[in-house]
Design a protein around this ligand. Structure first.
Ligand SMILES: Cc1cc2nc3c(=O)[nH]c(=O)nc-3n(C[C@H](O)[C@H](O)[C@H](O)COP(=O)(O)OP(=O)(O)OC[C@H]3O[C@@H](n4cnc5c(N)ncnc54)[C@H](O)[C@@H]3O)c2cc1C
Length: 313
C-alpha cells in the first residue's frame, strides 16, 4: 500500500483557507476499503494519521503534517425513499441540491457550505437553526485503535453519536474515521425547499465574506448568559441574546472593535467578525495571532472564553 501514497504534498490547496505546509504522505481514499487499508498500513508503519474532508474548517501550519493525510473522497450519494446513503467524502452542498430536487427537506442549510458529510458529522455542522444531527439516522466509522490494535468498523445510532453544539463523539481523542452515514429527511414540496435554499444563499452572500478564502466561523457561539448590569446597559443587544441559547461570537468580537483588524495577510472580516479571511499570502501564525487577540479582548470585556470551532493542525 505504501507505494500508493503520494509524498510531500502541499496541503494549502486542499483547504479553503489556502494556508498550510506539506503532508509527508498523502492518500485519496475513494471507498471504504481504501480507507481501511490506508489506516492498516499507517498502523504497521506507525505513521500518525490525519483525516481530511473538504478542508473547510481547518487551519494547517506551514510545518504541515509529518505523517499520513488521508483525504476521505468516498463521495457516493444514493437516495432511496426519504433516506440518503452517503459516503463521508460527499460534498454537502451537492447533497443539499440533490435532496431539494427530490422534495426532501432537512439539508437546505448546507447549500453553499464547502464541507463533506464526514467533516460535518465530526463537528455537527449547522446553520439557520438546523444541524446535520437533525437528519442523522446512523453513522458508520472505523475505530483507529480497536481491540487488539486493529481498526474495525462500528455502526453508531444517532444517540451513540453524542451530538451537541458543534460536537460529536467523533471529536474525542479516541479517534474514529467516519466512513458513511444514513440520513433521513421529511417530504415537502421541492419548490418550497428550493425557495428556502435561495433565501439562505442570499443571506450568506449579504452577511458573510465570500470573496476571500476563509474557514467559515472561527469560534463557536458561546452558550452563556450575561448577568452584569453594567454590560447589559452598555450593550443592550445582550438582553436579546440572553433569551436565545447562545451569543454570536461575531457580535462579541466586533464589540471589542476588532472587525477589520489585520495581522500579516490575515484579517478579521469587516463584514462578519467571526470570520478571519486570507487577504493573500496569510500564514497560519497570522491567523493564530488574530485568534488569540480576539480571545483576549472578549475575555477582558465580557469575561467570556471563546472556543475555536476551526480545527488547528
Ligand atoms: C464559506 C464557508 C461557509 C461555512 N458555513 C458553515 C455553516 O454555515 N455551518 C457550519 O457548521 N460550518 C460552516 N463552515 C465550516 C465548514 O464548512 C464545516 O464545518 C464543514 O462541516 C467542515 O467539513 P470538512 O469536510 O471541510 O471538514 P475538514 O475541514 O476537512 O475537517 C474538519 C475536521 O473534521 C475531521 N474530519 C473530516 N472528515 C472526517 C472523517 N471522514 N472522519 C473523521 N473525521 C473527519 C478532520 O480530521 C478535522 O478535524 C463554512 C466554511 C466556509 C469556508
Amino acid at each position: 500500500m505504501l507505494h500508493k501514497f503520494q509524498k510531500n504534498i502541499s496541503l494549502k490547496n486542499y483547504t479553503t483557507f489556502k494556508i498550510g505546509g506539506p503532508a509527508k504522505y498523502f492518500f485519496v481514499a475513494k471507498n471504504k476499503d481504501d480507507l481501511l487499508n490506508a489506516i492498516k498500513t499507517s498502523k504497521t508503519l506507525k505513521l500518525p494519521i490525519f483525516i481530511l474532508g473538504g478542508g473547510s474548517n481547518l487551519l494547517i501550519s506551514e510545518k504541515g503534517f509529518n505523517g499520513l493525510v488521508i483525504k476521505a473522497d468516498n463521495s457516493d450519494i444514493k437516495l432511496e425513499g426519504n433516506k440518503a446513503f452517503v459516503g463521508a467524502g460527499a460534498n454537502i452542498t451537492k447533497l443539499a441540491y440533490l435532496t431539494a430536487e427530490k422534495g426532501l427537506s432537512g439539508f437546505e442549510w448546507a447549500a453553499g457550505v464547502p464541507g463533506t458529510v464526514g467533516g460535518s458529522i465530526y463537528g455537527n455542522a449547522q446553520a439557520f437553526g438546523t444541524k446535520i444531527s437533525d437528519v442523522i439516522e446512523s453513522v458508520q466509522a472505523i475505530n483507529l485503535k480497536g481491540p487488539k490494535g486493529y481498526p474495525e468498523i462500528k455502526e453508531f445510532t444517532k444517540e451513540q453519536c453524542k451530538f451537541s453544539l458543534k460536537n460529536s463523539i467523533f471529536k474525542k481523542p479516541s479517534g474514529w474515521v467516519i466512513v458513511s452515514a444514513v440520513l433521513k429527511f421529511q417530504s415537502e414540496s421541492a419548490e418550497r425547499i428550493k425557495d428556502r435554499i435561495k433565501g439562505f444563499l442570499e443571506y450568506r452572500r449579504a452577511k458573510h465574506p465570500m470573496t476571500f478564502p476563509s474557514a467559515g466561523s472561527v469560534f463557536v457561539n458561546p452558550e452563556v448568559k450575561i448577568k452584569s448590569k453594567k454590560l447589559l446597559e452598555k450593550f443592550p443587544e445582550l438582553s436579546e441574546y440572553n433569551k436565545n441559547k447562545a451569543i454570536p461570537a461575531g457580535y462579541l468580537i466586533a464589540s471589542c472593535g476588532l472587525a477589520g483588524k489585520k495581522i500579516g495577510g490575515a484579517q478579521i472580516s469587516e463584514k462578519h467578525a467571526n470570520f478571519i479571511v486570507n487577504l493573500g499570502g496569510a500564514k497560519s501564525k497570522d491567523v493564530l495571532l488574530l485568534i488569540k487577540l480576539a480571545q483576549k479582548k472578549v475575555k477582558q470585556k465580557f469575561n467570556i472564553n471563546l472556543k475555536t470551532e476551526i480545527q488547528i493542525l
